[in-house]
Ligand binder design. Sequence first.
Ligand SMILES: [Zn+2]
Length: 75
Amino acid sequence: MGGSRAGWINEAPNLLLVCEPCNGFFEDHPAVSYEAGWKVQSWRSPGDVAVRYADGRLYRLGADGRRTVVAEVRV
Ligand SMILES: [Zn+2]
């Protein structure tokens, strides 16, 4: 597990529940994972990064644990 002490590390926008194979994919494919918001560079705020879900939509994750659609299905 990571060793970050950053305050936002356990805040809702940074907590995306994924299965082990998906997490492995994210680690093995960082470029596409940063592009899709599955990984977030340390200098960015997770709440400011849209994340692509399996339904194809991009969502913004809120501090209250809710998600908001920011883009419909990719064509
Ligand atoms: Zn998965």
